[in-house]
Every structure is written in C-alpha cells, then in structure tokens.
Design a protein around this ligand. Structure first.
Ligand code: NAP
Length: 296
C-alpha cells in the first residue's frame, strides 16, 4: 500500500513554522503582514475558498482586509480599488478571487495588480520570472506540490514527471517550476492534455504523475507504473446522499486501485488543497519582508 502524502499534516507543520517566523517579525520589526482579499459576487465555491484563506491567515497571524462586492460591481471601481491597494503601504499582498463576473475583464484586473503584491503569482511579470528561474511569486498549487514532494523526501532530480493538464494555474507553472536547474527540481517534465495521443502509455512512464484534469476517474491503475508517486490535484463534487451537504469531494484518480500500485499518493481531500493555501501564506510573508527591506 502506498504512503499517503497528507497535505493536511504537512500544511499544519509548515503553518507552525510560519507562526514562529511571524512572531519574530512582529517582535523584532513590528511587522504584521497584511493581505487584501477581493471578492466580487456570491459564487458559493469562491466564498468558501475565501473563507478558507481568511481562516488560514488568522491561524498564523496574517491580517486580512476583505473587500466584498455585489456581482454588478463595476470594472472601473475594481481597477480603482486595486490602484489604491497597490499604493497602500499597509497592504503587502493582493488577492482577487477568481472567477470574476462576466462583465469584468479578468486579465485587465490581474494585470493591474502590482507584481510585488501579486501573491497569487498570476501577473505576467511573475510568470516570466518563474520561466527564467528568477525570484518572484510562484502560484500556490504548483509550489505546494513541489513542497509536498521535497518535504516527504522525494528527490525528483533526474526523475520523469508527467503532468496531466496544462492550465495556467496548475499544469504549466508546475512544469516550469520542476524543470529548473535547482534544488527541489531538475526533473524531466512531460505535459499531457486532451490533444495528447496514447495518454496511458505516457503516464505509465512517469516516476511522478501529477493529475490536474478536473475530471473524476481520469487515471486508473493501468495508467500508472508500479512504484510511481501520484499527486492528485483534482477536486470534483459527486453526489452523496449520506452527507449532510449532499455531496463529497473526490480527485481525478481512482484512489484505491492506484494506491495499491503506487509508492506514494496524495488524497483528496486533505492533499494538495491545504498545501495551496499554505504557499499563499508563504507568499504574503515574503511580500511583507521584501516591502519592509527585511532579508528573505
Ligand atoms: P482546467 O483549467 O480545467 O485544466 C484542466 C486541464 O486538464 C486542461 O489542460 C485539459 O486539457 C486537461 N484535461 C482534462 N481532461 C483530460 C483528459 N481526460 N486527459 C488529458 N488531459 C485532460 O483545470 P485547473 O484549473 O488546472 O484545475 C484542475 C483540477 O484541479 C480541478 O479539479 C481543480 O478544481 C483542481 N484544483 C485544485 C487545487 C487545489 O488547491 N487542490 C487548485 C487548483 C485546481 P485541454 O487544455 O486540452 O483542455
């Protein structure tokens, strides 16, 4: 049976480390990092993500300023708010929860965020920095996956990592991160997507298989090499009448059968999700340190 890569436990451990760092920052520099969170509309999933982020910030000692607007909030007003937050020295990080309502140009809004406060790592400047291996803000999910591997003693240098999915928030940045000639990286990376032929043959070559397709049952045991490490990023709601909510969350991987073949596997829930939020906290701390001129 595979080792379970618990993101929940690792995230807890890393948040304890952050708490210690934050009390030192407060004591020595009178610095409490602050994150502005902007939410437009009342999409239930977005509200729940924001709640999770607020809770995690409070737990470690990061201040949150929440800006919540109705779904008809105007794009110009949002751009004005972002400009104000960019210029506010009391705000170190800015997070605009996606998706935004259709009448707002998401790209315009994300590009308006000062790259030095872009703790989600979605601004093209930070994407470019990631590409060339320069210091910047790495998006939380790929960064969380990298830490999940390294902190579990999985050295991916020289390994073949196959990533199923090429989104701008998971697949592509993860490939850029893991291919760098650096510690916790130096892997040989292949990206698969819906245009890939014979996916199962490629995934079977993976020493580390990362699945971020957003579709349940995408990967079964036949697609996985014996002893591979499998990271399941997918989060899918499936009906479950035994639950009070009426649903439960599953990943993209057939967990039981793949766990019987893999050497290690991340669960859903309790896998990549908590790591994503943890790396957001990390970025807010880095942003605050940099803006105060404190060594990172
Ligand atoms: P996305 O933008 O929908 O991208 C999915 C990618 O998977 C696309 O590149 C798509 O290919 C590819 N794909 C889908 N089905 C496939 C299949 N059967 N075979 C091969 N490739 C396939 O999704 P995302 O934003 O990257 O998110 C992926 C999943 O991760 C979702 O379930 C999301 O909820 C979850 N997620 C979790 C976290 C977390 O913190 N736990 C964070 C982010 C995302 P094409 O490009 O060809 O369409």
């Amino acid at each position: 049976m595979a080792k379970i890569l618990s993101g929940k436990e690792l995230a807890q451990k890393m948040r304890e480390e952050m708490k210690a760092e934050l009390s030192e920052l407060k004591e020595k520099h009178n610095l409490v990092p602050a994150l502005a969170v902007v939410l437009v509309g009342d999409d239930p999933a977005s509200m729940s993500y924001v709640k999770g982020k607020e809770k995690a910030c409070a737990e470690v000692g990061i201040d949150v300023q929440k800006y919540k607007f109705d779904a008809d909030y105007e794009e110009n007003s949002l751009l004005k708010l972002i400009a104000d937050l960019n210029n506010n020295p009391e705000v170190h990080g800015i997070l605009v929860q996606l998706p935004l309502p259709e009448h707002i140009d998401e790209e315009k809004v994300l590009y308006a965020i000062d790259p030095e406060k872009d703790v989600d790592g979605f601004h093209p400047i930070n994407v470019g920095r990631l590409m060339i291996g320069a210091p910047g803000y790495v998006p939380g999910t790929p960064h969380g996956i990298q830490k999940m591997l390294s902190r579990n003693g999985i050295d991916i240098s020289g390994m073949h990592v196959v990533i199923l999915g090429r989104s701008n928030i998971v697949g592509k940045p993860l490939a850029l991160l893991l291919v760098q000639k650096k510690e916790e990286a130096n892997a040989t990376v292949t990206i698969c997507h819906t245009g890939t032929k014979n996916i199962g043959e490629i995934t079977k070559l993976a020493d580390v298989l990362v699945v971020a397709a957003g579709r349940p049952h995408t990967v079964n045991a036949d697609m996985v090499k014996e002893g591979a490490v499998v990271i399941d990023v997918g989060v899918n709601r499936v009906e479950d009448k035994t639950k009070k909510s009426g649903f439960r969350l599953i990943g993209d991987v057939e967990f039981e059968e793949v766990a019987a073949k893999a050497s290690a596997i991340s669960p859903v829930p309790g896998g990549v999700g908590p790591m994503t939020i943890t790396m957001l906290l990390h970025n807010v701390i880095i942003a605050a340190r940099k803006q105060r001129g404190i060594k990172v």
